[in-house]
Structures are given as structure tokens and as C-alpha cells.
Design a protein around this ligand. Sequence first.
Ligand code: UDP
Ligand code: MG
Length: 139
Amino acid sequence: MSERTLCMIKPDGVERNLIGAVLARIESAGLKIVAIRKLHLTKTQAEGFYAVHRERPFFQSLVNYMSSGSIVAAVLQGDNAIARWRELMGATNPANAAEGTIRKDFALDVERNTVHGSDAVNTAAQEIPYFFNIMELQE
Ligand code: UDP
Ligand code: MG
């Protein structure tokens, strides 16, 4: 079933000129880039995006990091896109990420782990409109 998911290339990825490398893996895997934008989140916007994690010990550091530099946000589409993008990304902590995944190859540590991906249909449905409006999501 065709799905859409939200992808972000985090500040460590943009900073190290990894936008092209990440997008190449997405396209090589057959996922379509429906919409894409580069932006710099404010602290408040980063807090809103990660609100589900607000009680976690890493929240404040994560928000500071995610607002520390530019990111790229993109909407990916394809059969089973949510799980397929998470598979390309690899585990949250690069120390646990499988060989050949983006986080294994590029992440610096558990926080600066280069990419984000929605984790379920309902989170994708919340995260996509955080960055893109209906007109931007037309194919
Ligand atoms: N994170 C962190 N420390 C942790 C767990 C997560 O700094 O112990 C950061 C990391 O950047 C991660 C983000 O918080 O990508 C969101 O965490 P989540 O558990 O949702 O991981 P993800 O879905 O990104 O794999
Ligand atoms: Mg998550």
C-alpha cells in the first residue's frame, strides 16, 4: 500500500554536505520525493515537532541541537514507505545500526544521527503537515 512519510536531514547532515548522499539513497531505493524544503527551525518549532518526547531526559539537548543549524525536510512516498525509510535510516543509536544504513555510515552519535523518519502512519500524518501544506503535497 502506498504511504507517505516525513524525512528530515538533521543539522549534522546538512553541515557535513550529506544532503545529496542521503537523497541518493532514498531515490536508489525507489522512494519518490514528493516535496522538499531546506529550513532552520526555531527552538519553539523544534519543541513542537518533538513534543512527544518532552518528558525524556534528552529533550532539551535534542531541541537545542535541532535548532542549531539548517535541516532538510522532505515527504517520501512509496509502497510501505514508512518502514522502508526507517530501514534505510538504521537504528536510532548508530552503535546499534546495521551495516549499510545511513546512521551506521554517517551518524556522529545517538543525538546527531543525521536523519529522521516518521515511525507510524499516524505520526506521519501529524509530521507531514508540520512542514508542508496541501498545495505543496500535490503530485
Ligand atoms: N535521541 C537522543 N538520545 C536518546 C534517544 C534519542 O538524543 O537516547 C534523539 C535522537 O536524535 C533521535 C531523536 O531524539 O533521533 C528522537 O528519538 P526517537 O526515539 O524518536 O528516535 P528515532 O525515531 O529518531 O529513531
Ligand atoms: Mg522517532
